[in-house]
Design a protein around this ligand. Structure first.
Ligand code: G4P
Length: 272
């Protein structure tokens, strides 16, 4: 962790603009507090990625929230490339001042240097590959492998570091750890899926009741226990063990996967 941080600080010496990638469903939890320190003398753009999975109205509110705080924020769907043109446009806007400074000091021809950073699984590699229009960063890559960094020209005047800055999530805060587990930022082995699935279902019933009713074709009574709702979903989905008991693991995994793949609909976990 200390090594990664040192590496990022070293790399940032070369960087003009930081692109911080957050998960649009959990912008608060996917933000790393160190970034503020990294950005002291840099310009920053926030990408709310996986916006195809997030609640559109809430994503709009997040964008307004960041704009109010003078941070340009753009929603992106990195796997389809939607929104990335706006990112390039914003980099150019932010880079204008930097370019003028370079020109004044006689450094003509210096391009704007950009680095993408964020916690694991927010889509950094997918963004880099999409901007580079080829595979330079490994999607689903695990931290710890060092390779020589290269610059990718993504525009006449913009160069992108091909290796994303890997930040660590703040797992010491319980609600952050829970939200990151919902969206699968924490490795599957590290969490109790049945508990996480229960907590997620509780959140969904409280905030997106109609979506749950529609997905699983059930009617949820006011005040119905979450465990009873889960068991009714299990019965509908045939997650039953021999003898008629509920297959808790199967139904827990199913609810988590349905949420993570967007089958329950577009859902946000955090509001500004
Ligand atoms: P990272 O570098 O930040 O660690 O993330 P990476 O690009 O490896 O992306 C993590 C997963 O998220 C990948 O799925 C990728 O396809 C998916 N992803 C990235 N951007 C988007 C997006 O805008 N929308 C959606 N729906 N998915 C996106 P994966 O390889 O299947 O991994 P996993 O999700 O099974 O862990």
């Amino acid at each position: 962790m200390a090594k990664t941080k040192k590496q990022i600080i070293e790399d940032l010496k070369l960087i003009d603009i930081i692109v911080e990638v957050l998960d649009a469903r959990t912008p608060k939890s996917s933000q790393n507090p160190d970034v503020r320190e990294y950005c002291k003398n840099k310009k920053k753009i926030i990408i709310l990625n996986k916006s195809d999975l997030a609640d559109e109205n809430i994503t709009t509110k997040w964008i307004e929230y960041y704009k109010k705080n003078n941070i340009p924020c753009i929603k992106v769907e990195a796997n389809t490339g939607k929104g990335l043109k706006d990112v390039i446009k914003q980099i150019k806007i932010e880079g204008k001042e930097i370019k003028e400074k370079y020109l004044k000091s006689g450094r003509t021809g210096r391009s704007i240097k950009v680095m993408v950073l964020g916690i694991p699984n927010v889509g950094k590699s997918t963004i880099i590959n999409n901007l580079a229009k080829r595979n330079v960063a490994e999607v689903g890559n695990k931290p710890g492998i060092t390779k020589t960094k290269q610059w990718i020209k993504i525009d006449k005047e913009i160069e992108l570091m091909d290796t994303p800055g890997m930040l660590w999530p703040r797992l010491n805060d319980e609600s952050i750890a829970e939200h990151l587990a919902f969206v699968n930022t924490i490795g599957e082995n590290a969490i109790d899926n049945e508990q996480i699935s229960y907590d997620l279902l509780k959140y969904l019933v409280e905030n997106y009741k109609e979506k749950i009713e529609k997905r699983y074709d059930i009617k949820i009574e006011n005040g119905e226990e979450i465990i009873d709702i889960r068991d009714r979903i299990a019965l509908k989905k045939g997650a039953i063990l021999s003898g008629g008991r509920i297959n808790e693991q199967k139904i827990s995994d199913m609810i988590l996967t349905d949420f993570r793949t967007g089958k329950i609909g577009r859902i946000s976990i955090e509001k500004p």
